[in-house]
Ligand binder design. Structure first.
Ligand code: CTP
Length: 450
């Protein structure tokens, strides 16, 4: 195989492996969740209704508390048949509220007082019965009464049997709640406690905690259309072998999620990765660099921000073999490679270009390489990290380079790094920053080929 660059200097590891469809699934990282403190100072009322998923509410309390939230729990009578208030009291460190007629509550106004100091009410699991009552504005128990009397937002994580979820009455009630501004998280599809399979499973506690976290993010990119590239690309050698690299896509997916949480309308163009798209993000799957280029070209004009996180293969095989290449013992195999289009440089030089952000994963001389890459690509902002510290990891330590200099973000989970990056982008947009030395940089940038 001939390569125009010294292999030791290349960021990407070129590997040849059997082409295999990657299963897309939700990957939860317990380590990252354990460290998140993004709910510090937030006051949440967690309502638990009757359903087998009530046992998962215990884990949700733990996660919210670990993230720094103050959690007050209210349970319906039915919920108390599935889990005990004692469990919730032990986990939340607070008295658990169950009774609308509790004589210990001053003035008997629990249904009003319990939510007044709260930033958010989360109901998980939210039964079909609770959803129906909330849609109608009924208030015959503590939880329904306090959600009706609330001033703060309400997030419901539905959990019920597949037929109950699919019933027109439930769908009507969920629509009514959405119209009233209630956030609905889930449900998910899968095997149910009753033995049936389908929509209706409550989201896992980690996913609900992520929704809560997302709810509290400032809407820094509200009204902005954001295009993100993520993951590796694959360049075919023959029908079963490809040239690719070790990018997991985690950083790009975290950036897409952070932009969506910040109120952006996000499209994620992703190479082959084993990750599920963040909720609310439109996903376009591609395989090769040229497919990624086409997907970006079709959307670049209509976006306000373009964030190129993908580890795009710089080269493709000039003539991929139609059939599997057979081993010829003792003989060398030479592959001729040709250059792929530089997607970021192309977008950064469009006449009507969005605000462009590049990424650089370097193996050494981070600052020098990053500054050079920022100028070469003609982008106002470039996020750089050391590849050996970032590839496949949950943590990262990005440094941002802009015309004001360099801004290290410290080390932390990729979602936290992504949120800091989004905040930096929003600040630059608000300051009206444009690409530094764009014309000169544009002339220096490599000519993209399609
Ligand atoms: N990029 C791109 N299209 C390419 C190559 C890179 O859009 N064909 C983008 C990446 O998504 C990233 C930035 O350009 O935002 C830098 O990518 P990187 O691979 O680090 O830089 P290269 O320009 O390929 O330079 P080198 O591999 O020599 O470091």
């Amino acid at each position: 195989m001939t390569s125009p660059k010294n292999a030791a200097q290349r960021r990407r590891l070129i590997c040849v492996r059997a082409g295999k469809a990657l299963e897309s699934r939700f990957l939860f990282n317990a380590r990252a969740a354990a460290r998140m403190t993004t709910l510090e100072g937030k006051r949440i009322l967690l309502g638990i209704t009757g359903g087998i998923a009530a046992y998962k509410a215990a884990e949700l309390v733990r996660l919210l508390m670990k993230a720094g939230a103050n959690v007050r729990v209210a349970m319906t009578d039915a919920a108390c048949r599935f889990v005990t208030p004692v469990t919730m009291q032990a986990l939340s460190g607070q008295r658990v509220w169950t009774d609308l007629w509790d004589p210990q509550v001053a003035d008997n106004m629990g249904h009003i007082e319990l939510s007044r100091d709260r930033d958010l009410i989360v109901v998980a699991p939210g039964s079909a019965d609770f959803i129906a009552k909330a849609a109608l504005g009924l208030a015959d128990d503590l939880l329904s009464a306090l959600t009706l009397a609330r001033r703060c937002p309400l997030l419901v994580a539905p959990a019920m049997n597949v037929e109950m979820w699919g019933h027109p009455a439930t769908q009507r009630n969920v629509r009514a709640l959405r119209d009233d501004g209630v956030l609905i998280a889930g449900p998910a599809a899968g095997e149910q406690a009753c033995g049936e399979t389908g929509m209706g499973r409550m989201l896992e506690p980690e996913a609900i905690a992520a929704e809560v976290e997302a709810f509290f993010q400032p809407r820094l990119l509200a009204g902005k259309r954001v295009l993100v590239t993520a993951g590796p690309t694959e360049e075919p050698i023959d029908p079963v072998r490809v040239i690719t690299n070790s990018s997991s896509g985690k950083m790009g997916f975290a950036v897409a999620r952070a932009a969506q949480e910040a109120g952006g309308e996000v499209t994620l163009v992703s190479g082959p990765v084993a990750l599920a798209a963040p909720a609310g993000v439109a996903r376009v799957d591609v395989r090769t660099a040229r497919q990624m280029f086409d997907a970006v070209k079709a959307r670049a004009d209509a976006c306000d921000v373009f964030i190129a996180v993908a580890a795009v293969a710089d080269y493709r095989v000039r003539h991929p073999a139609e059939h599997k290449i057979k081993k010829r013992a003792g003989k060398r195999l030479t592959l001729e490679l040709e250059e792929n289009p530089d997607i970021l440089a192309y977008v950064a030089r469009l006449p009507k270009r969005p605000f462009c952000v590049g990424f650089a994963a370097e193996s050494r001389d981070l600052a020098r390489n990053a500054r050079a890459k920022r100028a070469e690509k003609g982008v106002p902002l470039l996020a750089a990290n050391l590849a050996q510290e970032a590839l496949g990891a949950e943590d990262n330590a990005l440094t941002l380079f802009d015309e004001r200099g360099e801004h290290p973000l410290g080390r932390g989970p990729k979602i936290e790094q992504a949120r800091k990056l989004v905040a930096h982008i929003a600040a630059m947009l608000a300051a009206g920053d444009r690409p530094a030395g764009r014309a000169a940089a544009g002339r220096r940038a490599r000519q993209p080929r399609s």
